[in-house]
Design a protein around this ligand. Structure first.
Ligand code: PNW
Length: 468
C-alpha cells in the first residue's frame, strides 16, 4: 500500500435506514462560501462597487435591512476561516473572487493591486493549511460599472468576462487547479432579471424578463465558453487544472403519470438550459426548450423566438467546454398540468414558459429550517439528478458544489436538523456512486459559516459555524 493510500481517510455514515455506507477513499470533502456573502470590506481597499453593493440600498430589498458591507469580515479574518475549515477537516475550500475587487470598473484597464494581493494571501493560506482551493469566478457580483453598460444584457459581457477570467488564470493559475466559471446562471436569471417568483436579487431588473431572461442566459453560456476556451488555449497545459460550471438543480416530480412529459420538459428548461449545451452530445439547448419558446413566441405575435439561437460555431465551442459539472442541490419540485385559465395566474415568467404548476408536495417533501422555508428534504431527488446526468452526459465527473440548509429556530448547537439533512443527502450520493455507478468526485457543504444570505440578509443561517 502506498503511503498516500495508507493515510487516506475512509468515511462511513449511517443511512436513515440503518445501513452503513462507505465513501470511496478518494472522495473529496469540501465547504463553500462566496465573496459577497463573507468578505465584507465591500467599499474599501480599492474595491469597486458590485451590483450587490447598490442593490442592498433599495428600500425593502433585504429583509432585515442589512448589507454585505462587513458580512463575516473575511477580508480581515480569512485566517480564522481557514482555521475552522481545518478543524472541520475539509480537504477543499470553494470560495469566489470578487470581480470588482480585482477590477474596480470591471475591465482590465484598471487593476486594484490590493485586491490582487488579497487573493494571493488567501490562496497561500488555504494551501498552507493543506486545503485545496476551488475558485468560482462569478458568484453573482457583477461590477456595477459593467451593469451600468447593460451588464449581462450587453453582448460585450462575453469579452469582459473573458478578460477578467484570463487575468485570474494568469495571477492565480499556478496555485489554483479547480475553477468554476459561473455559479447558478438559472438562479441569477430568475431572481436578478425576473424576480417574479418571490425572491428579488441584484441587479433587480424587472419587466422585460420574457426575452431578457433568455438573452442573459445566452450571454452567460457564451461567457462560460469564452473563459473555458481561454483556459484551455493559454493555461491548461502549463497549469494542469480543470474548469467547470456550477448549476442549481431541482429534481422535478410529476404529480401523476399524465404529467411525466411535463416534468421532463421542466427539468430540461431549468437544468438542461445550461447543462445540455455544455455537456450534451448535440451541444445545443434542449429540443423541448427551443420548440416551446419558439411556439410561445409565435403565439405572442413575435417573428423571432425569445430564445436567442446558438450559431453552429457557438454550439461547437460550448460542447464539452467543462471538465466537470458542479451541482448545487437543495430541493425538488412537484409539477402538474395547469387547469383551464390557471397558467395566466402564475407569476413567474419562466414557469409560465414551461407551462406547469409547480409546488412542494406537502406530504413527501418535508420542510427544513425556518417556517415557510424553501429547503425541502428530498435527498432521493439528488440521486435521480445524478442518474440522469450519468445517462444523458456520458457520466461526466460531478462535484456537488453546494448542499446544505438553514438553521431551524430553537435548536441548539447540536444542529440536529442540519445533521439529518446533510446525512440524508450524503447517503443518497453514496448509493448513487456504489449502486448506480455515478461519477461523483466529492461533496461541498453550503456553508462553512453563517453569512450574508442575499435578500434574507442575516436571517437565514446556513453555516456549520455560528457567526454572531
Ligand atoms: C445558492 N433553489 O442559491 C447560492 O449559490 C448560495 O450563494 C446561497 O447562499 C445558497 O444557495 C443558499 O440559498 C440557490 O431555488 C438559490 O433551488 C435557489 C435555489 C438553490 C440555490
Amino acid at each position: 500500500m502506498s503511503r498516500r493510500a495508507a493515510v487516506a481517510r475512509k468515511v462511513s455514515i449511517t443511512h436513515p435506514s440503518g445501513d452503513e455506507l462507505h465513501f470511496p477513499a478518494n472522495f473529496t470533502w469540501a465547504a463553500a462560501t462566496a465573496a459577497v456573502q463573507v468578505e465584507g470590506a465591500a467599499l474599501t481597499y480599492g474595491k469597486g462597487p458590485s451590483i450587490w453593493d447598490e442593490f442592498v440600498k433599495r428600500p425593502g430589498a433585504i429583509v432585515d435591512n442589512t448589507s454585505a458591507n462587513t458580512a463575516c469580515d473575511s477580508y480581515h479574518k480569512f485566517k480564522e476561516d481557514i482555521a475552522i475549515l481545518k478543524y472541520v477537516g475539509v480537504q477543499q475550500y470553494r470560495f469566489s473572487i470578487s470581480w470588482s475587487r480585482l477590477l474596480p470598473t470591471g475591465t482590465v484597464e484598471e487593476i486594484n493591486e490590493e485586491g490582487v494581493q488579497y487573493y494571493h494571501d488567501l490562496i497561500d493560506a488555504v494551501l498552507e493549511a493543506g486545503i485545496v482551493p476551488m475558485v468560482t469566478l462569478y458568484h453573482w457580483d457583477l461590477p456595477l460599472a459593467l451593469n451600468d453598460r447593460g451588464g449581462w444584457l450587453n453582448e460585450k459581457i462575453v469579452e469582459w468576462f473573458g478578460n477578467y477570467s484570463s487575468l485570474c488564470f494568469q495571477l492565480y493559475g499556478e496555485k489554483v487547479k479547480h475553477w468554476i466559471t459561473l455559479n447558478e446562471p438559472y438562479s441569477q436569471i430568475q431572481n436578478g432579471y425576473c424576480g417574479d417568483d418571490g425572491t428579488v436579487h441584484a441587479p433587480g431588473i424587472q419587466g422585460e424578463c420574457s426575452w431578457a431572461a433568455y438573452l442573459v442566459g445566452y450571454h452567460m453560456l457564451l461567457a462560460h465558453s469564452k473563459a473555458s476556451m481561454i483556459y484551455r488555449e493559454a493555461f491548461k497545459d502549463v497549469q494542469n487544472g480543470r474548469i467547470g460550471i456550477s448549476l442549481n438543480v431541482n429534481w422535478i416530480l410529476p404529480e401523476s403519470e399524465d404529467d411525466e412529459d411535463l416534468a421532463d420538459q421542466a427539468f430540461q428548461m431549468m437544468f438542461g438550459w445550461f447543462a445540455e449545451p455544455i455537456f450534451g452530445r448535440e451541444g445545443d439547448y434542449p429540443v423541448a426548450m427551443t420548440e416551446r419558446i419558439e411556439f410561445l413566441s409565435r403565439k405572442e405575435g413575435r417573428v423571432t423566438s425569445r430564445l436567442p439561437a446558438l450559431s453552429e460555431k457557438q454550439v461547437e465551442e460550448l460542447t464539452g467546454s467543462a471538465d466537470f459539472l458542479g451541482i448545487n442541490y437543495y430541493n425538488s419540485l412537484m409539477v402538474r398540468k395547469p387547469r383551464k385559465g390557471e397558467l395566466t395566474k402564475v407569476r413567474s415568467q419562466l414557469k409560465r414558459d414551461i407551462g406547469g404548476i409547480f409546488y412542494y408536495d406537502p406530504t413527501g417533501l418535508s420542510g427544513i429550517g425556518k417556517p415557510g422555508s424553501w429547503i425541502k428534504y428530498y435527498p432521493e431527488g439528488l440521486r435521480e439528478v445524478l442518474r440522469n446526468v450519468r445517462d444523458r452526459f456520458g457520466n461526466v465527473p460531478v462535484m456537488i458544489t453546494e448542499n446544505g440548509c438553514m438553521d431551524t429556530p430553537g435548536e441548539d448547537a447540536e444542529d440536529e436538523t442540519r445533521v439529518f439533512y446533510i446525512t440524508g443527502h450524503l447517503a443518497e450520493i453514496c448509493r448513487a456512486i456504489q449502486e448506480d455507478g455515478c461519477n461523483v468526485l466529492g461533496y461541498t457543504v453550503w456553508s462553512i459559516m453563517d453569512n450574508f444570505e442575499w435578500a434574507d440578509g442575516y436571517t437565514s443561517r446556513f453555516g456549520l459555524y455560528y457567526v454572531s
